[in-house]
Design a protein around this ligand. Structure first.
Ligand code: HEC
Ligand code: HEC
Length: 169
């Protein structure tokens, strides 16, 4: 049992602590700007699409890109990533439902992207190239220094890419 004396010391601390937590929560979107996407939560997508590279958050590409990609997994950037039909359908549905242009989303990945264009890669999105093709951010020497295997190897430069966290500059 806690003595009354201790309660008198603790009670004001709790009263001061609660508003402080509220303030920090309200202020954090201003401090931690950048991009926050949902990570892939489907275990099948995680396992199958994380075998050769990071598991890309679905919010990085529009649904039409994911559909085109999953419709042609036997020729996936020169690799054979083919899966059985049921698994392919499940992955396609998950990625499309969580895509950059999924219902109610207003994402920066869609900026300046023509509706007629179906980008095969994240690194083809106008938003992405504008952010990276300056200051030699993804120049060959920079990729080598960071240990990135290709430009889309986000994790080499953004540690928490799989969790959907990308810091603002
Ligand atoms: C057998 C290995 C393999 C598997 C399995 C695989 N990929 Fe890939 N993926 C690759 C290769 C190789 C590239 C191209 C890398 C390069 O440009 O050098 C790539 C590139 C990509 C890119 C483009 C990144 C960019 O912007 O450059 C995306 C997106 C992608 N994969 C998604 C997926 C998804 C979704 C799955 C699951 C259905 C998947 N991958 C499964 C090998 C694989
Ligand atoms: C060779 C390093 C490198 C690679 C690979 C790379 N980036 Fe970046 N990225 C940077 C740098 C440097 C910046 C600017 C500083 C910062 O925000 O960390 C940046 C900025 C960003 C930002 C912040 C943009 C904003 O809102 O201001 C996002 C989001 C991002 N990158 C996403 C990606 C994604 C997605 C991939 C993979 C498809 C990727 N990056 C691959 C180096 C890299």
């Amino acid at each position: 049992m806690m003595s009354d004396k201790w309660m008198w010391i603790l009670r004001p601390l709790v009263l001061v602590g609660a508003p402080a937590v509220v303030l920090v929560t309200l202020a954090s979107p201003l401090v931690a700007d950048g991009l926050r996407l949902d990570p892939v939560r489907d275990p099948v997508v995680k396992a199958e699409c994380g075998a050769c590279h990071l598991v890309y958050p679905a919010g990085l590409l529009p649904a039409r890109s994911w559909r085109a990609m999953t419709a042609n997994l036997s020729n996936h950037f020169g690799d054979n990533a083919a899966l059985d039909q049921a698994t392919t359908d499940r992955i396609a549905a998950y990625l499309a439902a969580n895509a950059a242009d999924a219902a109610g989303r207003n994402s920066k990945m869609m900026r300046k992207l023509s509706p007629e264009v179906t980008p095969a890669r994240i690194t083809e999105l106008p938003w992405w190239t504008r952010k990276h093709e300056r200051k030699d951010r993804v120049a060959p020497a920079t990729l080598a220094r960071k240990g990135a295997k290709f430009r889309g190897d986000c994790k080499a430069c953004h540690e928490d890419a799989e969790q959907g966290w990308f810091d603002e500059e």
